[in-house]
Design a protein around this ligand. Structure first.
Ligand code: ADP
Ligand code: ASP
Ligand code: MG
Length: 412
C-alpha cells in the first residue's frame, strides 16, 4: 500500500478535541487507501514550558538532560493520538524516536538525523497496522541518549520519514492554510501561495518564516519529497494548501516571492581592531569555536590602521559571544577597544528567485524603508535574497511597506 506522512503541529494537537479532529483527517486518508505515518508535535506551549523549567533549574544546562526533558511533550501527544485512532477502530500504535529508531548525531538540542530504520514499522504495516504514530522532534544518539532536532524539528522528522519510507507525499498540517507571501499574522494582506520553490522556501525558513523548519526544506529538496503545507482546521476538500516543489514546476514568477523577518537577531560591533591580515580569521574563528551562528558581517573602512567589525547573531547567543571574545582579548589573541551589543534589532529579508535575473530589487527595498523613515544598520545579499537589520520596533511597518512595494498581495 502507498504510504503517506501527515504531520500535526502544536496547535493542531493542542487538546483532546483537536487530536480527535486530526485523527479524523488521518482516517480519511486511511479510507483513501494509504498506510499513514503520523508525526505529532507536543501540545502548543508545552515545549516552551519544558524549556523554561530546564532554564530555571540549570541556566548552563547539560544538553543531554535538556533533551530528556524537552522531548517529553511529544510522547504524550503520540500516545493520545494512537488511543484516539484505536477508539475509531483504526489499528494504530505509537513510537517514540528511539523505538523506531531515528538515529541522530550527538549534537544535543539540534541534532541532525543520520538514519531512520524503516523495517520495524514496515513489518507492522505488513501485519495489518494502518497507522504508525511517531513522536516528532526526537532521536537517539550513537551513545544511546535521547536527542532533539532543534525547535520546530517535527517538520524535519516528517520529511525524513517521507524520504525513508518513500512516501507519496508529506503533508504538514498547521494553523495557517499554506505558505504566504509573508507571515499573515503580521501583514493581513499576505497572499497564500499555491506553489513555492524549494530554494525560496529554504531562504524564507532560514530567515525567520517558522512555518517550516529550515532542515525539513533542505531534506525535502535533497530527497525530492513532495511537500505540502495545509491547515488542520479546514475541510480537506477545499484546502489544497501550498506545494513546495522544484522551480521548474512554477509558472508564476514574481521577482520577490516573499518577505521574511526575524526578531531574534542581535548586532555586535568590535571597535578599533587592528586592520591587518588574520584579524577576521581570529574573530570569526573564536566565534565559531564557541558555536555562534554568525550571519551578516561588515567591516568598516580603516582609519589609521584601525577598523570596526560588525556582525549579527541570534539574540540568545549574545552572552556566549561576549564571553568568547572577551576571553580571546584576555589571552591577547584578539585586540579591540569595545564590544557593543545591540539586541533591539530585527532582520527583514526579501526573497525571490527572480532576483537572479532582475536588478533594482535592492534599490527598491532601500527606497521603501527610507520613505518610512527606517534606518538600515546592516545589509547582506545573496543570489536570491536581500536582508537588512533595522530597529526592532519597526518590524511590522517594514514588512508591510515592503509587501506593498513589491505588490505581493496581487496575484502574479
Ligand atoms: P506548528 O505548531 O504547526 O508547527 P508553527 O507555529 O511552527 O506551527 O508555524 C506556523 C506559523 O508560521 C503560522 O502561524 C505563521 O504565524 C507563521 N509564519 C511565518 N511566516 C509564514 C509564512 N510566510 N506563511 C505562513 N505562515 C508563516
Ligand atoms: N515541539 C517542538 C517545538 O516546539 C517541535 C515542533 O513542534 O516541531 O519546537
Ligand atoms: Mg512548527
Amino acid at each position: 500500500m502507498p504510504i503517506l506522512v501527515m504531520k500535526f503541529g502544536g496547535t493542531s494537537v493542542a487538546d483532546l478535541a483537536r487530536i480527535k479532529n486530526a485523527a479524523q483527517k488521518v482516517r480519511a486518508e486511511v479510507e483513501n487507501g494509504f498506510n499513514v505515518i503520523v508525526i505529532v508535535s507536543a501540545m502548543s506551549g508545552k515545549t516552551n514550558e519544558l524549556v523554561g523549567w530546564v532554564n530555571e533549574t540549570s541556566p548552563l544546562f547539560d544538553a543531554r538532560e535538556y533533551d530528556a526533558v524537552v522531548s517529553s511533550g511529544e510522547n504524550v501527544t503520540a500516545g493520545l493520538m494512537a488511543l484516539t485512532l484505536q477508539e475509531m477502530d483504526i489499528p494504530a500504535r505509537s513510537w517514540q524516536g528511539w523505538q523506531v529508531p531515528v538515529q541522530t548525531t550527538s549534537a544535543h538540542s539540534a541534532a541532525p538525523i543520520e538514519e531512520i530504520q524503516n523495517d520495524n514499522i514496515m513489518a507492522k504495516f505488513a501485519a495489518g497496522m494502518q497507522v504508525a504514530v511517531v513522536a516528532g522532534f526526537q532521536g537517539i544518539s550513537p551513545e544511546g541518549r535521547i536527542t532533539t532536532l532543534g525547535r520546530g524539528g517535527s517538520d524535519t522528522t516528517a520529511v525524513a520519514f517521507a524520504a525513508a519510507f518513500d512516501a507519496e507525499r508529506c503533508d504538514i498540517y498547521t494553523d495557517v492554510d499554506g505558505v504566504y507571501t509573508t507571515d499573515p499574522r503580521v501583514a493581513p494582506k499576505a497572499r497564500k501561495l499555491e506553489k513555492i520553490s524549494f530554494e525560496e522556501m529554504l531562504e524564507l525558513a532560514s530567515l525567520g518564516a517558522k512555518v517550516l523548519q529550515t532542515r525539513s526544506v533542505e531534506l525535502a529538496m535533497r530527497y525530492k519529497v513532495k511537500l505540502r503545507v495545509l491547515s488542520s482546521f479546514e475541510d480537506m476538500s477545499d484546502n489544497a494548501g501550498t506545494l513546495v516543489c522544484d522551480e521548474e514546476e512554477i509558472m508564476e514568477s514574481n521577482v520577490v516571492s516573499g518577505i521574511a523577518f526575524s526578531r531574534d537577531e542581535a548586532k555586535m560591533t568590535l571597535t578599533s581592531i587592528a586592520d591587518r591580515p588574520g584579524m577576521a580569521a581570529a574573530i570569526f574563528g573564536t566565534l565559531s569555536d564557541a558555536g555562534i551562528n554568525v550571519d551578516m558581517i561588515i567591516q568598516n573602512i580603516s582609519d589609521n590602521g584601525r577598523t570596526d567589525m560588525t556582525f549579527s547573531c541570534p539574540t540568545e547567543q549574545v552572552k556566549r559571544a561576549e564571553e568568547a571574545l572577551n576571553a580571546s582579548k584576555e589571552h591577547q589573541s584578539l585586540n579591540f577597544e569595545a564590544l557593543i551589543a545591540d539586541t533591539e534589532v530585527a532582520k527583514i529579508s526579501a526573497v525571490g528567485i527572480g532576483m537572479r535575473s532582475q536588478s533594482g530589487v535592492a534599490a527598491k527595498m532601500f527606497n521603501t524603508l527610507s520613505q518610512e523613515g527606517i534606518n538600515i544598520k546592516v545589509i547582506a545579499t545573496s543570489e536570491i535574497k536581500i536582508s537588512v537589520l533595522i530597529d526592532r520596533k519597526y518590524t511590522e511597518l517594514a514588512v508591510q511597506a515592503l509587501h506593498d512595494a513589491f505588490a505581493l498581495e496581487a496575484t502574479a
